[in-house]
Write a protein that binds this ligand. Sequence first.
Ligand code: ZN
Ligand code: ZN
Length: 230
Amino acid sequence: MTNVKTCNRCNRTKLIEEFNKNPKMRDGRLNQCRECVREYRRQNADKLREQSRRYKEANREVILERDRQWRRTIEGRARKAFDKSNWKCRQYGKSTSLTYEDVLTEFKETKTCPYCNTALGMEPGKQKPTLEHIYSLNKDLGGVNNVVNILAVCEACNHKKGDMHVYNYYQSSDKFTDELWERFIDKSVRRLVSGEVTERRVRQFEAGMKIEADKPWHQSVKGNKGSEAS
Ligand SMILES: [Zn+2]
Ligand SMILES: [Zn+2]
């Protein structure tokens, strides 16, 4: 195997890594080097944009169907939720440290909704996971887009909770049982605290949640009546 190749545009011989991969080529790499490809794209930006627009127009149905299929997979669903959270961060001028892998892992590992215990999954008969931010991204109340602030929950809970504080949602929902609340607290502490999760830490965390939920801002938020939850 040779590890160099000569670009048929600039005629320079370069390391193979300088050529983009392409499975259609015999050696698996394009015949033009990355630099030349970049240059070509720069010079033909308008033409390429127009081509892509025309392709999308001509293949609208195919693309839509492919998108629908993709969204039926857990990967597609996680990607869509992740993109939406980033979009919200941009809207609200928030930084983000969440990754697509964080969302995918949460979606895959969560087998039941932590707020109501309904079965979650992509299989028929189960509720599809949605991305919940424990502290809503919607308002300036400190809700951040990071791995400790997310859960996979069912759509109904996500929608009903809206911007509510999670403790208030627990208080207001019949399906959010004491057992689920304990499980939620335990998971939260595990994610936030390194080292041993003691009963004392769990109770401290819970007490903090109650104090927080009592604050006037949280009291004024009575769940979601229309707008889409985060
Ligand atoms: Zn070249
Ligand atoms: Zn639920």
